[in-house]
Design a binder for this molecule. Structure first.
Ligand code: FAD
Length: 556
């Protein structure tokens, strides 16, 4: 008899699983149910459809019902909601949303890929017209229609994460004056605050009003407009609201079937994406998976992991033993031409997870050789464990070449690589693409120099303490334009002649503009028996830390 595999949810995880299943097993009977009108659509393209960058709705349909039937012999039932699972009889209840007729379908294997729902907090005014979430094509059509018919002038985006910022850009592209309201004191919550700071200033430079450190309390109707009242009491009057404050895994079906949920509220699965019920698999935004850096269970609502998990589940259903490796949160977003990317753990994430023994480097190299026209800085932060140098995470922000560097570091993390591997990585170089020492190599070299003791790193967060002497080795005009409070000035160009003015009984924390001259100074000082360490990233990092409020008061 043909094995009967039923799939709940037909987008990233479900559709990947279905297609892989067919490639592995020509004999299985495969049916996929989705309560929406489409399967396999590009959720990730929705902000750009709102922004009219993608102009045709059909371009969002990655694969159609017909394609699944004709190419893969997979039966797709759209507008069919799975309402219950009877695990003992291995059946599901399915409601045809066209007719409201319910029927029962039997399975040998059941796949749950129901995704996540946007959080819509229960608060006064939440159901006022003009307040939208962005999850489905229908949501984006609704926003487009609102823009065309109501001609709104202002938009409020609640939430400064990936989707919020993509929506901010696209609404600005449609000519709206956009405000972003974010409860945390920074945009882009996955990043460390100082790395999110250039993103905030870039938004402001593109006329987006950024309202940080204040949450949404309620909405009120205001003469045909919407007033958003914040927890701090601000009243933001607008014509359109986008709620982008995160998602909640769709677990109601699994929960009512008695499948266990994990501490984060996602469906529990093993490395084969199998739930504790041997006939049920789950994947995507609805499940908890292991973070490979911290070892903790997390819910990571991203398309890449959902797709890979779909493949792993298909293999498991077909009796293969491939395992899902876990996630490391590699992600990228574009905001008004700025690229913001990260992989692995952030510094705050490591601290939250109680991880100790790690170090941080900052650097700001050009995205290609400086002598070739058009080099743009990449602001890069690397986290690695001490003393073994294992790479734990990286964040980068810049106009060009950002995601390429993060992808290299992400691959290194997957392979269990260290900063020594980053330093040695052989990467593409021609003047318009990179440098003989690529930013990835430089990050590895700075870190290995720290581990070997060739260039100890000083901690920016400790520079306010009386113990350290802070030494600025930039030229006089740079120092005059701004410097760290209390820093003494001795330019690198005069260090050889004047180093005798420096004390030998105090640690010296050296900085320059981005870290390179500081490195030369530290090497000189160490070889002349001073206790010197470099403040990595230099004045550029200092300014970002200060703007993000991440320094001790005495240093800010
Ligand atoms: P989904 O793709 O959400 O699919 C779940 C499907 O299950 C839905 O169609 C739902 O209707 C259906 N369903 C649920 N319950 C039932 C039921 N009981 N019966 C029948 N059907 C049901 N990720 C990235 O990596 N990069 C990006 O750039 C990116 N951009 C995004 C932009 C937006 C606006 C959004 C919303 C998401 C974005 N994501 C991005 C996240 C990514 O889309 C999701 O992580 C991914 O789609 C999750 O896949 P999934 O299969 O778990 O769930």
């Amino acid at each position: 008899m043909r094995k009967r595999v039923l799939i709940v949810g037909g987008v990233a995880g479900g559709a990947s699983c279905a297609a892989r299943l067919r490639r592995l097993d020509e004999t299985a009977e495969i049916a996929m149910f989705d309560r929406g009108p489409h399967v396999s659509f590009a959720n990730c393209g929705l902000p750009y459809f709102v922004g009219d960058v993608i102009t045709e709705e059909r371009k969002l349909l990655v694969a159609t019902t017909d394609l699944f039937r004709e190419r893969f012999d997979i039966a797709v039932r759209t507008r069919h909601e799975v309402t219950a699972i009877d695990r003992s009889n291995r059946t599901i209840a399915v409601k045809d949303l066209h007719t409201s007729v319910e029927r029962t379908e039997a399975y040998d294997a059941l796949v749950l890929a129901p995704g996540a729902a946007p959080i819509r907090p229960a608060m006064p005014g939440i159901d006022l017209p003009g307040i939208f979430a962005v999850r489905t094509i229908a949501d984006s059509v609704g926003i487009r229609t609102w823009i065309t018919e109501r001609r709104p002038r202002r938009a409020l985006v609640v939430g400064g994460g990936f989707i919020g910022l993509e929506m901010a850009e696209n609404l600005a592209h449609r000519g709206l004056a956009v405000t972003v309201l974010e409860k945390l004191p920074q945009v882009m919550p996955p990043l460390d605050p100082e790395m999110a700071e250039p993103v905030r200033s870039h938004l402001v430079a593109h006329s987006v009003t950024v309202h940080l450190g204040d949450g949404l309390a309620r909405f009120e109707a205001a003469d045909g407009r919407i007033a958003a009242i914040t927890e701090a009491g601000a009243r933001l009057t607008t014509d359109l609201v986008i709620l982008a404050i995160g998602v909640r895994p769709e677990t109601a079906l699994a929960k009512s079937a008695g499948l266990p949920l994990g501490p984060r509220g996602g469906i529990l699965v093993d490395a084969h994406m199998r739930t504790p019920d041997p006939a049920i698999w789950a994947m995507g935004d609805a499940v908890e998976v292991r973070d490979v850096i911290t070892g903790q269970e997390v819910i990571l609502p991203l398309a890449g992991p959902a797709n890979r998990q779909g493949r792993v589940a298909a293999e498991s259903i077909c009796g293969r033993t491939r395992e899902f490796r876990g996630v490391q949160a590699t992600a990228v977003v574009g905001v008004f031409g700025l690229t913001v990317a990260s992989t692995g753990a952030s510094e705050k994430g490591l601290r939250r997870a109680g991880v100790k023994g790690f170090e941080t480097v900052y650097l700001h190299p050009g995205h290609h050789a400086g002598y070739y026209p058009g080099a743009r800085p990449i602001h890069l932060k690397l986290l690695f464990s001490v003393p073994d140098g294992r790479v734990l995470g990286a964040q980068a922000v810049g106009l060009e070449g950002v995601e390429k560097r993060i992808d290299v570091i992400a691959t290194m993390i997957q392979m269990g690589g260290s900063v020594h591997d980053l330093a040695e990585a052989e990467l593409c170089y021609a003047p318009q693409f990179g440098a003989a020492k690529d930013p990835v190599n430089l990050a590895g070299m700075i870190a290995t120099n720290h581990l070997s003791g060739d260039m100890p790193l000083a901690d920016w967060r400790q520079i306010g303490s009386a113990e350290h002497l802070v030494l600025d080795v930039r030229e006089a005009d740079e120092f005059a334009a701004g410097h760290v409070p209390g820093a003494i000035h001795l330019p690198l160009s005069q260090l050889r002649a004047r180093h005798g003015e420096l004390p030998r009984d105090r640690p010296i924390a050296v900085y320059c503009q981005v870290g390179q001259r500081g490195y030369y100074a530290v090497r000189f000082l160490l070889q002349h028996d001073y206790r010197a360490a470099n403040l990595s990233g230099g004045w550029t990092t200092y300014q970002a830390l200060r703007a993000a409020g991440a320094l001790a008061p005495a240093a800010a």
